[in-house]
Structures are given as structure tokens and as C-alpha cells.
Design a protein around this ligand. Structure first.
Ligand SMILES: O=C[C@H](O)[C@@H](O)CC(=O)C(=O)O
Ligand SMILES: [Zn+2]
Length: 277
């Protein structure tokens, strides 16, 4: 299933009510058994989605929206498995991904097939894909190979480690950047102090949450902030003009993916807390 969403202007988004904000930016219904769900956003043409093979093998297919012979004809793909052991087969070559493992798949791979090792403990593949102009090698990224950046402090309730998976420090890609942020026990804030980066949009995917837990995800321009309530295994699109930051009622982890003009991670436009409205 592929759902298409168009881009929203910062001028229009100011007047969105809760439901409209969710319609434009919030993604739920991920990880349905034996299904692939994808959202194709016209914001930098990122595709974010889930692949949840249980009994069946699932193959990436293309429709008219992509206009290619096969999914990765002119795209690249990042995968992180958040479930049980899984297998991704790339033109017949087998890659095994345990929980937390990632895979970068370059342009030109024709057959991408997903399956679970044990249907009793299905794999859950979270995916991000972006248009690509060049083919870079497939790279498997274990959590331990991802490049860690420690941020925050106990006092600010935002102590966390950002693991860069698809990033120039780890592997080559055309435009995709992807990683996972893990919070320390008792820290509830991510990406606060917050930032924007007009050169890249971003998608956050929240997981490893209890059923009754929520993350209040902050969105909007720095002086027009709104929130979107996130529950386990839901994602949210952040246009380049928007902040993206969250606070949890209980513990959570999230995967971030960025697509756009550049790949520089440290070029964000930091926003001072006192300037937020
Ligand atoms: O532009 C960078 C992205 O928003 C994330 O990498 C930030 C993040 O995971 C965090 O601060 O917790
Ligand atoms: Zn960001």
C-alpha cells in the first residue's frame, strides 16, 4: 500500500487544526501483518514505511507513482529492523538483520525481498527511501558500527545517544541520512533545544513504547509551535521549515531519516529556548 501526500506550506500550516495536522504529517497503521505500507511524501519525495513479513515473503513493488521498472531503479533505500530476526535478499544476496541492525541499499538493485526468520517473532523493517543519482555499495550497519554522538544532560532530561547509520561517517549515500536515537533512563526529551534545517526535511518514527505511552511531538515554525500526539510505532513528517522534537510520558526510542539538499549533520539552525512560542 502506497499513500501519496503533497507538501504543505508553512503559511497554510499555521491554521491547521488537530485533525488536519495529523492528516498531513502523522503516519499510523504501520507494521500490519504480511503487508508493506509506504507513505510517499512530495516533500523531497521521501518514502517512509514499514515491511512486516510474518508468514509470507514480501517484495518491494513499484506503481505509477514511482514511474520506474523497479523500486530502486532511481532510488536508494535505508532499512532498520526493530523486530525479530529478519532476512533481506538483494538480487539473491542474503543479508540477515537482527533487532537494531540497519542496511543501506543503493540504486540499481532489482529485487528486494523481506522475510522473517521465525513467524513467532516477526521482523519489523522500518524503511526510508529517496531519489538517487548514483549507485553506492550495499552496507550492513550493526548498532555497534553506527557512529555514536552523545548529547544532552540529566538536568535537562534529554541525555541521549544519536547513532548515525546512513551517514557519511559510516557509508556513502546520495542524499539519505538515517539513524536511531536512544534516550537514557529518566530522560524524556529529544531534540530539545530544538532546531530546523531548511536544507533537509525529516521523518521521525517512534517505537519501543508501552501501549499507554505517548510522545508529544513538537512541530511548526519556531514561533508557531503545535504538537502531534504519537503512540508506539507511529511516524511523523517534518517539513524543512518545522521544528521536530518530542517529550515522552514514558520511555521511547526513535529513528530519524533526512532527505534534501545536503548531508551535513552539524548545519542545523539552532533555536534558543527563549525564542520559542
Ligand atoms: O537533524 C538532526 C535530527 O533531528 C536528529 O538526529 C536529532 C536527534 O535525534 C536528537 O537530537 O535526539
Ligand atoms: Zn533535525
Amino acid at each position: 500500500m502506497l499513500e501519496v501526500r503533497y507538501a504543505s506550506s508553512n503559511k497554510d500550516a499555521k491554521s491547521y487544526d488537530t485533525m488536519r495536522l495529523r492528516e498531513e504529517f502523522h503516519i499510523d497503521g504501520l507494521f500490519q501483518k504480511d503487508e508493506i505500507k509506504m507513505v510517499y511524501s512530495h516533500i523531497d519525495r521521501i518514502i517512509a514505511g514499514s515491511v512486516c513479513p510474518v508468514e509470507k515473503e514480501l517484495k518491494l513493488e513499484v506503481g505509477k507513482e514511482i514511474g520506474a521498472e523497479y523500486f530502486l531503479e532511481r532510488r536508494e533505500l535505508g532499512i532498520i529492523n526493530i523486530g525479530g530476526s529478519g532476512i533481506v535478499t538483494l538480487d539473491g544476496e542474503v543479508q540477515e538483520l537482527e533487532k537494531g541492525d540497519g542496511l543501506y541499499v543503493g540504486k540499481g538493485i532489482k529485487d528486494v525481498v523481506f522475510k522473517s526468520v521465525d513467524p513467532g517473532k516477526p521482523a519489523k523493517f522500518y524503511i526510508n527511501s529517496a531519489p538517487a543519482h548514483a549507485s553506492y555499495p550495499t552496507v550492513k550497519i550493526n548498532v555497534k558500527d553506527a557512529s555514536p554522538v552523545k548529547l544532552g544532560s540529566k538536568e535537562e532530561l534529554n541525555q541521549r545517544t544519536i547513532y548515525q547509520y546512513v551517514h557519511p561517517n559510516v557509508c556513502q549515500s546520495c542524499q539519505l541520512l538515517m539513524g536511531m536515537t536512544i534516550l537514557e533512563d529518566g530522560s524524556v526529551w529529544n531534540t530539545m533545544p530544538c532546531h530546523t534545517h531548511d536544507r533537509r526535511m525529516e521523518v521521525y518514527f517512534y517505537f519501543d513504547m508501552d501501549d499507554d505511552a505517548m510522545v508529544f511531538h513538537m512541530t511548526g515554525e519556531p514561533k508557531e509551535t503545535r504538537h502531534i500526539i504519537m503512540r508506539n510505532e507511529e511516524a511523523v513528517i517534518s517539513p524543512s521549515w518545522s521544528i521536530h522534537s518530542g517529550v515522552g510520558t514514558k520511555k521511547y526510542t526513535f529513528i530519524w531519516g533526512m532527505v534534501g539538499e545536503n548531508q551535513t549533520f552539524t548545519d542545523m539552525d539552532h533555536i534558543n529556548n527563549k525564542d520559542l512560542l
